[in-house]
Structures are given as C-alpha cells and as structure tokens.
Design a protein around this ligand. Structure first.
Ligand code: NDP
Length: 480
C-alpha cells in the first residue's frame, strides 16, 4: 500500500519510492492543491526498467495467473469506484457522473483483458496450398510471445480508462509496463498501481513514473530496453514519438476534429439531443468529441432549434455536482486558447449562435455557423466545448466535407436509410463509422483507432494485445 504521507510516493518496480522533487496537482475547478507527488528522474526510470527485466526473467506470470490478477483488478475497481471517480473529478475536472462511467468502463477493460489473457494462441499455417509447389511434409505454426517492456504514455482527459486500455492488455500479453501519466492528472494512475499491487501483480510488472513529458518522456523514448510504446495524446507529441523510437513498435491514438452527418431521413430530434450532449461532454475534451456537424439543408432549421434547446439545458460548472454536464477545461490557458480561436473565426465571418463566453477555465457551450476551411475551429482539433453546424445539399457533398480534414478518427451518421448506412463506411476516411449515433460513441471492446493524422494501430483489449505480442513461426520438417 501507498505509505501514509502528504507527499505521495511513486510506484517503481513494486516498491513505493519517495524522491525530493515534488509535483503538485490542483483541483481543476476550485484551484486548491489536490495532491503532492514525488517526481521521477533518471534513477527511478532505470529502477523501473531493471525491475521489469528481473520480473520477466524470474517471475512466473503465465496466462492463468494473468487472468486471476486482471479479474481481481476488475473486482477491486468496482469496490473502489467512488474513490477513483472522486479523484478523476478533482484532478481532471470531469463531471462526477462521467467520472463514475469512466471507472465502470475501466473495470470492464480489466475484465475483457482477463478473458483475452486466457485465449492467447498461435495458429496452424496450411501447407498444402498449390499443387505445383511441394514443400514436403511439414507442420508450420505460430506461437505468441510477450514483446517485452511496454511504455504507456497517457493524456489528461481519461486519466484512468486510457491508462487501463494500455496496462491491462500489456499485462494480459505477459509484458511488464511502465506508465508515464499526464502530469495534470497523474494521481489516478498511482492509485491504479496500488490496486494492481492489491490484486497480486508480481513485483516489477508495473511502475508509474510521474514527471514532465519533455524530460522524463524523452528519456523513456530513447531507452532501447523498452520494446513497445503505446501513446494516446496530441498529434504533435505523437509525431515526435514516432520519429524518436525508430524501429520499435508503436501504437498512436491521436486527435481529431470529428464530424457527424445528420441526413434528411434521420430522426432529427433524437439526433439533436444526442449531439448536444456529446459535443459538450467533458467540455469537448474527448478525442472523438463532435466538432463539426453537417446537416441536410431540408432539416437544418428543425435540427438547429432542437439542438439549441438541448444545449440550453446542459448544466455548466462544478464537476462534483451530479447534474453538471459541462465542467471546467483542464486549465485557464486552454480556455483562453479556445476563446482566441473563436474570436478569430468570428473575425473571418463565423457567427456565434450561443456561448462564446468564458469564466476562468470554464468555457460555455458554443455553437458556430457560417464557418469554413481556414478557420482553426474547423481545421484543427478544438478540444473544447465548441461545435459548428453547416448545411449540405446531397450526401456526396457531406462525405466530401467530412473527409476534408487531416484527421480521421471516427464519424457519426444519422440516417434511416439501410443502404446509406451500409454504403457510407466505404466512403468516409476514418477508423470508425458510427451509424445513428455521434462520432463520440466508443464501446471498450471494439477496435478503436484512426487513420491519417489521427494515429496508427488499434486499441480495445483483443486488438491491443495483438500489438503487444511477438509472433514466432515454427516450421517442422516431418520427414524421418
Ligand atoms: P499531450 O500530447 O500534451 O500529452 C499526452 C502525454 O504525452 C502526457 O503524458 C505528456 O506528458 C506526454 N508527453 C508530452 N511531451 C512528451 C514527449 N516529448 N515525450 C514523451 N511524452 C510526452 O496530450 P494531452 O494530455 O493534452 O491530451 C489531449 C490530446 O490527447 C488531444 O489531442 C486528444 O485528441 C488526444 N486523445 C486521443 C485519444 C484517442 O484515443 N485517439 C483519446 C484521448 C485523447 P505531460 O503531461 O507531462 O506533458
């Protein structure tokens, strides 16, 4: 267990370690000090890696034990749900109802990973495939081995679930994992280490190093003992990681300016209600948050009225209030940044239909119209409670508008046409198409990841595990 002290310790190779450097995390709504944590440096990074190497050499951590630990972590997380949710709400500013959902989802990811741990297997490769190439009597098959030390670098917006989406698959595959959580929200990850220790994880299989991305992060990226990097965060840092890690494996889950289409045959009122909720959830700080809405011209007016009515009902403010839907942004700097982007768009011809108001780091739900390419609120990832609504004339134009982006994470399409629903996934340049829901839908079991500048590789336990295993081919000559 974490020793009882005002300065929280790091979890390094199965030990709780205090260092003289202090990292402070503040409550994102009240601004009060939330927690003080020891900061990791080169010494702690080396300790974590050496402990991981020792664990791989010495500990018995086969599939049955992995299943048990992950399953126990699932149970413990449900038991400690309120404690984790309060931590996420305070350090991340996430409304408490959404924070509880995040903990429930994280518990599910442990359960899914436990189930996958028990299923890891290679496959038989058929040999009798063509009459003119005779390779003789041979048995060819593959085995799956842990890839080695995994480094998990996570963002602030899902401080628990996006850590679990990396840690649980890494452990299910039999790998030790070193977490570098976002500095703003690092305490959830440390609590998670405590829970994994409680669940019986052998020493060395998980470490959590708290420190700045640009110093500690770069030390982790350049350490050749790490075999795989799994990162969720901004495209800028993702590109830096890709350039730095060279030939080693990498999964990158990056940003987007996600779009949702509302076609003329859709249930417009239902679409408007769902879109208003998902454009502003967690103050728009979700990678698949709805940022661009394209509505068929025939239903534009009806949609706009319903959308604004739903937006007006969203409670803004204190994340600890169970009715709050839109909490603060992660920092005042970020709120000022989006305020500047909106002002710039207005100068270039955009109109604010509602919102456009800021109170410290709370930015009010903002709806823009008359937007176009060349405005940051359209071209870049807003990562704020700002959405634009634009009309289109036919579905070809809507597809072109969605695809006219450097990103491609997910897109939503509201339609009651069966043929359009099945045809449009082939036309949209994204990693996931969500029919009759918004771009923000994610089930933790589904393969999840983008194209273009939205990333490389897929998450979702079954798919992440595959990226954390080495496939080794065995070809046996059966001739006597
Ligand atoms: P950042 O990219 O700023 O940070 C993400 C992580 O990278 C943090 O732990 C950060 O550390 C670390 N980091 C920063 N610089 C380096 C470096 N040079 N080397 C190694 N690590 C580094 O993202 P945010 O935390 O601001 O999160 C928001 C972004 O995450 C958005 O772009 C969003 O779209 C994306 N995201 C993508 C998702 C997806 O699944 N595709 C899901 C959720 C978010 P530190 O905090 O210390 O700076």
């Amino acid at each position: 267990m974490q020793p009882d002290s005002d300065l929280k310790a790091l979890y390094v190779g199965g030990e709780w370690v205090q260092t003289p450097d202090v990292h402070r995390i503040y409550n994102k709504y009240t601004g009060e000090l939330f927690v003080q944590i020891s900061k990791a440096g080169t010494k702690e990074k080396d300790m974590a890696i050496e402990a991981a190497q020792r664990a791989m050499r010495q500990s018995e951590f086969g599939p049955a034990q992995r299943f048990q630990v992950l399953h126990r972590a699932h149970e413990l997380l449900l038991e400690r749900l309120e404690e984790f949710a309060a931590c996420i709400a305070q350090e991340g500013g996430k409304p408490i109802a959404d924070a509880r959902t995040e903990v429930n989802r994280s518990a599910l990811v442990f359960l899914l990973s436990a189930q996958e741990a028990a299923k890891i297997a290679g496959e038989i490769v058929p040999t009798q495939v063509a009459p003119n190439v005779n390779i003789g009597p041979r048995l060819i098959y593959t085995i799956k081995k842990p890839i080695g030390i995994v480094c998990a670098i996570s963002p602030f917006n899902f401080p628990l679930n996006l850590v679990v989406h990396k840690v649980a698959p890494a452990l299910a595959a039999g790998n030790p994992v070193i977490i570098k959580p976002a500095s703003d929200t690092a305490y959830s990850a440390l609590l998670l280490c405590e829970l994994l220790e409680q669940a019986g994880l052998p020493k060395g299989y998980v470490s959590c190093l708290v420190g700045s991305g640009s110093t500690l992060g770069d030390e982790l990226l350049t350490d050749p003992r790490i075999r795989k990097y799994t990162f969720t965060g901004s495209p800028e840092v993702g590109k830096h990681i890709h350039r730095t890690v060279g030939m080693r494996k990498v999964t990158l889950e990056l940003g987007s300016n996600s779009a949702t289409i509302v076609h003329k045959d859709a249930n417009v009122e239902k679409a408007a209600a769902r879109l208003a909720r998902m454009a502003f959830a967690h103050a728009g700080q979700i990678c698949i948050s709805v940022q661009r809405i394209f509505v068929h011209r025939d239903v534009e007016q009806r949609f706009m009225e319903a959308f604004l009515a739903n937006t007006a009902k969203l409670k803004v403010g204190d994340p600890m209030d169970p009715d709050t839907v839109v909490g603060p942004m992660i920092s005042e700097k970020e709120a000022v940044r989006i305020e500047g982007w909106v002002d710039e768009a207005v100068k270039a011809g955009a109109s604010i239909v509602t919102g456009g108001k800021r109170d410290k780091n709370v930015y009010y739900p903002t709806v823009l119209t008359n937007v176009c390419r060349g405005m940051k609120v359209i071209d870049e990832e807003a990562f704020a409670p700002v959405v634009s609504i634009s009309p289109y004339n036919d579905i070809e134009e809507a597809v072109q508008l969605v695809n006219d982006s450097k990103y491609g994470l997910q897109a939503g399409v509201f339609t009651n046409s069966i043929s359009l629903a099945h045809r449009i996934p082939y036309l949209l340049e994204v990693g996931g198409v969500i029919i009759n829901d918004t771009s923000s839908f994610r089930a933790d079991q589904m393969p999840y990841g983008g194209v273009k500048e939205s990333g490389i590789g897929k998450e979702g336990p079954a798919f992440a595990i595959e990226e954390m295993l080495e496939t080794v081919t065995v070809a046996v000559n059966l001739e006597e």
